[in-house]
Design a protein around this ligand. Structure first.
Ligand SMILES: NC(=O)C1=CN([C@@H]2O[C@H](COP(=O)(O)OP(=O)(O)OC[C@H]3O[C@@H](n4cnc5c(N)ncnc54)[C@H](O)[C@@H]3O)[C@@H](O)[C@H]2O)[C@@H](O)CC1
Ligand SMILES: Nc1ncnc2c1ncn2[C@@H]1O[C@H](COP(=O)(O)OP(=O)(O)OP(=O)(O)O)[C@@H](O)[C@H]1O
Ligand SMILES: [Mg+2]
Length: 363
């Protein structure tokens, strides 16, 4: 087979990346920069040639009586990641909220983007819906998750969604979890990328077969969720002395599903490569930062898979997406902490998504 220069360049870049991350600590700053350069490649350019929906619509599955903040944080962070899709004026008024695309000059367009765009759908319980809607008029909220018809109700929207984030604020009610099983199966059948977090991970720990071998899934466990999952899947206690190997093993056991273990450093693996995100964040550990990550990751996963191999230079798109989202959330945390110190909350971090994105990916 003829090997072209682009392929050779891709191979060389992959080897550089692999070598870079196997020598992790010594070159961590350089490695982060190498990967962030690839992340920049997957960000879709802002152009007037795009059609409605091309840059992504994200669905969040979560939100119940107890937890309304988590799905809101995930949905609003997906909405705030800049250069996402602008709503078209031809969208039905019932679902379009916020600015629409009517051919404004670039400067106006940038202002509109920084105000947010219509792309986040939340699928939650009846009780949670009015609460989530009241946080933001920009979110599209479907009160369907506790209905007997939940699966077909969500399935109806799947053709219009580019990625699903499952679990923030879902809770652990058996009926809801049963519905989410059906939603996961329907999404896999359509080959939709799925980010699984929080109670979605609880469900996966009970039924690992749900995502076993699904290469378009990314799991984002925190410390406790990671231990729970590892024990369920590997059936032995986690080796706390080697995070990288523990994450790689879990990913491999799940059939190379991408795993992002959040912590002081975020460890990311697809069962083969292992990356670490050591972007400076902050010491503030308020609730909701993980939800911010899962929402942003939903957008980046779509962008990375959509970008194609010439943009990712042969690297795993999901690893790049994870590295991008982790860096973004940590940078938001750092900037928010500089302004608000110990009183920083996740809402302060959301306000930093646009500026953090520019610093990381547009310089
Ligand atoms: N405002 C909201 O509505 C929020 C709701 N949340 C939701 O709350 C539900 C339960 O989530 P939990 O994260 O509490 O999950 P769990 O109920 O599994 O609890 C995990 C526990 O581990 C602790 N933990 C986390 N990281 C740790 C670490 N590094 N070392 C030691 N302990 C650690 C947490 O404090 C928590 O008590 C989920 O649906 C989640 O999405 C959270 O996302 C936070 C914000
Ligand atoms: N010790 C730490 N130092 C710096 N950043 C951290 C630390 N622990 C977690 N983070 C960052 O905080 C973000 C959320 O991780 P965390 O472990 O708090 O998730 P979580 O428990 O799921 O959050 P949530 O409250 O939303 O459920 C991640 O981007 C991660 O990089
Ligand atoms: Mg969480």
């Amino acid at each position: 087979m003829a090997v072209g220069p682009a392929w050779a360049a891709a191979g060389a870049c992959r080897r550089v990346l692999q070598r870079a991350f196997s020598l992790h600590k010594a070159h961590s700053v350089k490695n982060m920069e190498t990967t962030l350069q690839l992340v920049r490649n997957i960000i879709p350019p802002l152009t007037s040639k795009k059609h409605k929906g091309q840059d992504g619509r994200i669905g969040i599955v979560g939100g119940c009586q107890e937890y309304t903040g988590a799905p809101y944080f995930a949905a609003i962070s997906a909405l705030k990641v800049p250069f996402s899709q602008l709503p078209s004026c031809s969208e039905p008024p019932a679902v379009v909220q916020g600015p629409c695309r009517a051919g404004p000059a670039l400067s106006q367009l940038l202002v509109l983007v920084s105000q947010g765009a219509d792309l986040s759908h939340v699928f939650c319980t009846q009780e949670a819906a009015p609460v989530i809607k009241s946080y933001s008029p920009e979110l599209i909220v479907h009160p369907v998750l506790d209905r007997p018809s939940a699966v077909p109700n969500v399935e109806e929207w799947l053709p219009r969604l580019h990625a699903l984030v499952v679990g923030p604020g879902l809770g652990r009610d058996d009926t809801l979890l049963e519905n989410v099983k059906g939603i996961l199966e329907a999404s896999k059948a359509r080959d939709i990328p799925i980010v699984i977090d929080a109670d979605g991970l609880w469900l996966v720990a009970q039924h690992p077969a749900l995502i076993q071998g699904y290469r378009k899934a990314v799991l984002t466990p925190n410390h406790v969720e990671f231990s729970r999952l590892s024990e369920a899947v590997l059936r032995d206690p986690v080796d706390g002395s080697d995070h990288r190997e523990a994450v790689r093993r879990l990913s491999q056991a799940l059939g190379n599903v991408t795993v992002v273990q959040k912590g002081e450093r975020d460890v990311i693996s697809d069962g083969e490569q292992v990356l670490e995100c050591a972007q400076e964040g902050s010491s503030r550990r308020c609730g909701g930062q993980g939800d911010l990550l899962s929402g942003a990751l939903g957008v980046l996963v779509h962008w990375a898979l959509h970008a194609g191999p010439e943009k990712t230079n042969g690297s795993s798109p999901l690893l790049l997406a994870a590295m991008g989202a982790c860096s973004l959330v940590r940078q938001c945390s750092r900037q928010a902490f500089q302004k608000h110190g110990r009183s920083t909350t996740t809402t302060d971090m959301i306000a930093e998504v646009g500026p953090a994105f520019r610093i990381l990916f547009e310089t």
